[in-house]
Design a protein around this ligand. Sequence first.
Ligand code: FKS
Ligand code: ZN
Length: 343
Amino acid sequence: MKTVYSPLHAGHAGQMELVTSAIVPGFEKPSRAEFIRARVESEKLGPIIRPLEHDLAAAKRIHKSDYIDFLPTVWPQWVASGHEGTAMPFTWPTRGLRGDVPPKRIDALLGYYSFDAGATFVEGTWAAIKSSYDVALTAAGLVKGGERSAFALCRPPGHHAGAGFMGGYCYVNNAAVAAQWFLDQGAKRISILDVDYHHGNGTQEIFYDRADVQVLNLHGDPMVEYPFFLGHADERGTGAGEGFNINYPMPFGTGWDAWNASLEDACARLTAYAPDIVIVSLGVDTFEKDPISQFKLTSPDYPKIGRRIARLGLPTLFVMEGGYAVEEIGINAVGVLTGFEDR
Ligand code: FKS
Ligand code: ZN
C-alpha cells in the first residue's frame, strides 16, 4: 500500500496545550508522524509519496466557507495583534450566549470557531493543515484510481472538526472531506469507520442528517471521556440520516475482547450498508500505554484490526487520526496496515 506524507506537518510544532490544571507542551507533536513514517519504511509497507496540491473547493463541500477562509488568517492576525506564543481561545459561545455574530478580535474569533482550546496555532499550523488535507485527497485519488487501499499519513488529525468549528487538535476533517470527494466523483455510499479512542464528533455532526455516508464510531464513553458532549449510543442520525450514525461508547479499561465485539458489530452493519468505499479514521490511542486514553489494546491487537477490515473486501482509505504513545505509534498504526495486507 502506498503512503501519502508531507514534511510540512512538522511546522505545526511547539504549541502549548491546556489540560485540566496546567498548560503543557502539546501531546499532538511532530514526532508522532515521524515515528509512523519511519515504521512504514522499516516494515516496507510500500512507496511513500508526496501529496498533490489541491485548491480548497473540496474542503468547502464539507466545511462552511467563512470557517475555511478564516484558518489561514489566524496566525497573521495573532501576530498583528501583538501576541506571541501559541494562539489559543479562552471564550466560547455556549448556551445563553449568541453564537452568530463573529467578533473582531482574533482571540475572540478563535473561540467563535472552536469548541475547546485544543486547536491551537503556531506559525506553521496553516501550512500543516493544508498539507494534511492534500495528503487525504491525494490518497483518496489513489483509491479512486483503483488501488485496493492507501494510507493518508495526515497530521494534524481531523475527526473532531465540524462544518464550522475546530477543536481537539483538529481543523479540517480530512476523512469527511475525502468521503464527500468520493461521492462527488460518482460513489453512491461511503462508510467511515472511526476506531480512534475519542468520539469523532465532527464527523458525526457533518453527516448526521445524511444517508449517503454511514458513520460508525468506537470510542470512550462520553459520560466520562473527551469530547464529552457527543457520542452516546442513542445518537442514531436524524431525518434521512436516521440509522446511519452508529456509536459504540465503551468504559475505561476496555480491552480487546469487548472492543472487538464492537468492531464485529460495526463491520456487520457496514457490510449490510454495502458502501462503495470504506474510510478508516485510524487512531491508535486505544493502546494500553497511551498517555491520555483509557483503553487496553496491545500491539498484537492492531494487525487483527487490519485483518478484519480487509475481510470487508472493499476499497479502503486509511486516514491517520490520534495516538500519543509516540514510541509505539508506528508499530501500532503500521500494524493495522500490515494486518490489512495480511503479512
Ligand atoms: C487530555 C484531555 C483531552 C484532547 C484530546 C484530543 C484527542 C484528539 C484525537 C485526534 F484523533 F483527533 F487526534 N484532550 N487530558 O486523538 O481524537
Ligand atoms: Zn483520539
